[in-house]
Design a protein around this ligand. Structure first.
Ligand SMILES: [Zn+2]
Length: 341
């Protein structure tokens, strides 16, 4: 999801694009719709073929995408962020027989090649990497960890712990829930983040009332309640992302939390770094007046200090999940589209 802060507000768009990772004029610049339409398989040591070595930096690719999107936006762009990115290298098959053929369509993709064209001269070879497997036994108690196919966090139901895999192994994750009674309750994971914010005063709930110009009178004690960012730890589509996150941040849940795992929950599919990268955007969406604050966005630094994964209860209705007291609803259709259900 690409979000852009411009003079009339925040624009968003959903991006699923590809760009050639080998800088060669003989091959198409993208795989088009194939990355969405065709079934992909992991490349393993056994996969046959000559795999060209990617040599076109991703940063340059992103610049190409950005310049394409930004021509549609009004100037100036005060702030831009990608949220929920997934980056993959996709290999598309070709073969050479005087011409280069698309190996899926069996169709030549260009005119005759120069006499001296030799694909083996292009850097690459057989795959020299493999998928590494990580044991999914709970490091604390040895029980089997569980997780959905797309989950970023694994659960030990024996000792009620959460584990986040990284390159070195499994890291224990602090979590809590806002308990609520009822059979129709489903818990949604949120990253609750305490951060230092430069340039503006936003440390407490009382500060939030002023910064967001909320129609409330600051009550005694509100200057003692810490302001936290609340960002979804699950994926939703761009237009919903801003709305849900903003309403959650304006609601600032104060209910008691307990360090227990809820029985029925939505898996964690948006990582903490992704959530952190969205903080400035969420701030930009609730801060008032926008026209005065947007030009300052580039100078505002948000530094996360601590984080807790909090499961927030929603009531399950026929087509959607509704928060019992905040103005937040999440449609089931929407969750499925974003790959959560
Ligand atoms: Zn355990």
């Amino acid at each position: 999801m690409l979000f852009s802060c411009v003079i009339d507000g925040i624009r968003n768009r959903y991006i699923d694009m590809s760009h050639q990772a080998v800088d060669s004029r003989f091959f198409p610049t993208s795989v088009g719709l194939r990355s969405q339409a065709l079934k992909l398989k992991f490349v393993t040591l056994e996969t046959k073929g000559h795999f060209l070595k990617p040599d076109f930096p991703i940063k340059q690719v992103m610049k190409i995408f950005e310049s394409r999107f930004n021509t549609e936006l009004p100037d100036p762009i005060f702030h831009q962020d990608y949220i929920g990115e997934t980056l993959s290298i996709i290999y598309s098959p070709f073969y050479v027989d005087k011409k280069i053929y698309d190996a899926i369509l069996n169709h030549p993709i260009n005119e005759d090649l120069p006499e001296d064209f030799d694909v083996s001269q292009l850097a690459g070879g057989v795959p020299d990497w493999k998928i590494e497997f990580l044991s999914t036994l709970c490091p604390d108690c040895g029980w089997n960890l569980e997780g959905e196919r797309n989950s970023l966090v694994l659960v030990c139901k024996n000792c009620e712990s959460l584990w986040r895999p990284d390159k070195k192994g499994l890291n224990k994750l602090n979590f809590a829930q806002i308990p609520m009674k009822g059979d129709d309750i489903v818990y949604f994971p949120f990253w609750r983040i305490k951060a230092d914010i430069s340039c503006i005063q936003l440390d407490t709930y009382a500060d939030l009332i002023k910064v967001a110009n909320l129609p409330k009178v600051v009550q005694e004690g509100w200057d003692q309640i810490d302001f936290h960012f609340w960002i979804m730890a699950f994926k939703v589509r761009p237009q919903k992302f801003l709305r849900i996150a903003t309403n959650m941040n304006l609601s600032q849940p104060q209910e008691e939390i307990v360090p227990e795992l809820p029985k029925k929950n939505i898996p964690v599919t948006l990582s903490l770094p992704e959530a952190v990268s969205s903080l400035k955007l969420i701030l930009a969406n609730f801060i008032r007046p926008k026209k005065a604050v947007f030009p300052l966005l580039k100078d505002i630094a948000i530094t996360p200090k601590s984080c807790l994964l909090v499961y927030v209860p929603f009531k399950e209705k026929h087509h959607e999940f509704v928060h019992p007291s905040y103005p937040i609803s999440i449609s089931k259709n929407h969750l499925a589209l974003a790959g959560n259900l």
